[in-house]
Write a new protein. Structure first.
Length: 104
């Protein structure tokens, strides 16, 4: 992913939702120019602030960051996978890839 991709998706998403950057900034609990400063001044938000902005814009964080939607179930799966150890993650990855021989 190139550096500006998430910013382009955020701009497009805000426009698609019919909101202004100012409106999203204020709804996220930030200064009126916060979103504009992220997009125009090259500032990088903390993940917490980006989550607030995405919620205020009614956009999926996964879509803004990666360009695809993620269901709530998938988000929960990802959270649970991240909590597990590397051995369990490896096993789940093998299972999802269809390499089930080691589970037989």
């Amino acid at each position: 992913m190139t550096k500006g991709d998430w910013k382009n998706r955020l701009i497009a998403g805000i426009k698609e939702k019919g909101k202004s950057q100012r409106e999203v900034s204020l709804a996220a609990g930030k200064a009126p120019g916060y979103v504009n400063s992220l997009l125009k001044e090259g500032k990088d938000p903390t993940i917490e602030n980006l989550i607030l902005v995405c919620r205020a814009a009614d956009l999926s964080l996964a879509w803004v960051l990666f360009g695809f939607e993620m269901t709530r179930e998938t988000e929960e799966i990802v959270r649970e996978i991240e909590k597990s150890g590397s051995e369990r993650r490896h096993g789940l990855l093998q299972f999802l890839r269809g390499n089930n021989d080691e589970f037989a």
